[in-house]
Write a protein that binds this ligand. Structure first.
Ligand code: 9D3
Length: 257
C-alpha cells in the first residue's frame, strides 16, 4: 500500500483531488491512502500565522520553521513505515517518468507544498529528503505539483489502469512519442484515417505505428531522439518517414504551383 501525505495551507484542494478519478479508485480499492495536513493548525500564535518577513529584507513572506517542522513530524506519524519527505520547489530537480517510477516504491511520501517566497532554508536542511520541480515555469505554490506527482505515481500502482497495459507502451517509458490515434468515422470533413489501419494486417500496422512514433518524435521532440538507442530497423523507418514527408511536401508544392 502507498501512503501520500500532503502538507499544505490548502488541504481542501488536495481533498477535492482525492475524491475523484484514479486517486479515488485507488483509495477505494485499498491500494492508496491520501492524507492532508493543514499547516495552519500548527501555527505559532494559534491564529493561523505560519509565515514571517524574510531576514535581510525584501518582498513577500517566508514560511516559518516551527509550523512546518511540526506538520512534517505529524505527517510522518501517519504511517508506520519510514517516510520520504519531498519539498516541491522550482529549485528542485525536474521530475521525469523515471523519477515517477522510482517514487512508486516509496511506502510513505510526504509532499510539502510551499507558498509565498518559499520556506525557511533550515527546514530543507533538516527535514527534507528530496526537492522536486515540475519544470522551468512559475507556479503560485506546490499544491498543483503535489497533485501532478501523486496522479502520475498512482496510475502506475497495481490495480490502476495505467499499471499494466498502457504503462509499458507510454510515451517516455519507451523514450519516444506515441503514434497518432484515430477512431470512427473513417472520414470526417474530408480527413481520412490512414488506410493501413483499416487493412487488418497486424504486422503492417505495427510497422506503421513504429515509423509514426519515430517520425513524430523527430518532428516534435528531437531532444528525445538524442538519448534513444535506435535499432538499424528504427533508423530505416525514420529515413522512410522523412522521405515520405519530403514527397508530401513536393506534391503540395506541385499542386500549388
Ligand atoms: C515570487 C517568487 N519567485 C521568484 C520568481 C520564486 C518562487 C517561489 C515560489 C517561484 C515560485 C514559487 C512557487 N512554486 C512552487 O511552489 C513550485 C513549482 C514551480 O513554481 N514551478 C515548477 N515546479 C514547482 S514545484 C513547486
Amino acid at each position: 500500500m502507498n501512503v501520500f501525505t500532503v502538507v499544505t495551507i490548502f488541504p481542501e484542494l488536495i481533498d477535492a483531488f482525492g475524491i475523484t478519478g484514479i486517486v479515488r479508485r485507488a483509495q477505494d480499492s485499498g491500494h492508496v491512502v491520501l492524507n492532508t495536513i493543514d499547516l495552519r493548525s500548527f501555527s505559532v500564535d494559534g491564529k493561523g500565522k505560519i509565515d514571517d518577513a524574510p531576514y535581510g529584507g525584501g518582498p513577500g513572506m517566508v514560511m516559518m520553521v516551527s509550523p512546518l517542522r511540526s506538520a512534517i513530524r505529524a505527517a510522518r506519524k501517519l504511517s508506520a513505515n519510514r517516510s520520504t519527505v519531498v519539498y516541491l520547489t522550482p529549485q528542485g530537480r525536474p521530475v521525469d517518468q523515471d523519477k515517477i517510477s522510482e517514487l512508486t516504491s516509496i511506502e510513505h511520501l510526504v509532499l510539502v507544498c510551499g507558498r509565498y517566497e518559499g520556506i525557511d532554508e533550515r527546514v530543507i536542511e533538516d527535514d527534507v529528503d528530496m526537492e522536486l520541480s515540475l519544470g522551468d515555469f512559475v507556479l503560485s505554490g506546490g499544491e498543483v505539483a503535489a497533485m501532478a506527482i501523486i496522479d502520475a505515481v498512482v496510475r502506475l500502482l497495481p490495480g490502476s489502469l495505467g499499471s499494466d497495459l498502457s504503462a509499458s507502451a507510454d510515451s517516455f517509458s519507451a523514450g519516444l512519442l506515441e503514434h497518432a490515434q484515430y477512431t470512427r468515422p473513417e472520414c470526417v470533413d474530408g480527413q481520412y484515417v490512414p488506410q493501413v489501419l483499416l487493412s487488418g494486417n497486424h504486422a503492417e500496422i505495427q510497422r506503421w505505428r513504429r515509423k509514426q512514433s519515430l517520425g513524430r518524435t523527430w518532428l516534435k521532440r528531437p531532444d528525445l531522439l538524442e538519448n534513444a538507442d535506435l535499432s538499424q530497423n528504427d533508423r530505416e523507418l525514420l529515413q522512410e518517414f522523412r522521405a515520405e514527408m519530403r514527397a508530401a511536401g513536393d506534391a503540395a508544392l506541385d499542386g500549388g504551383g
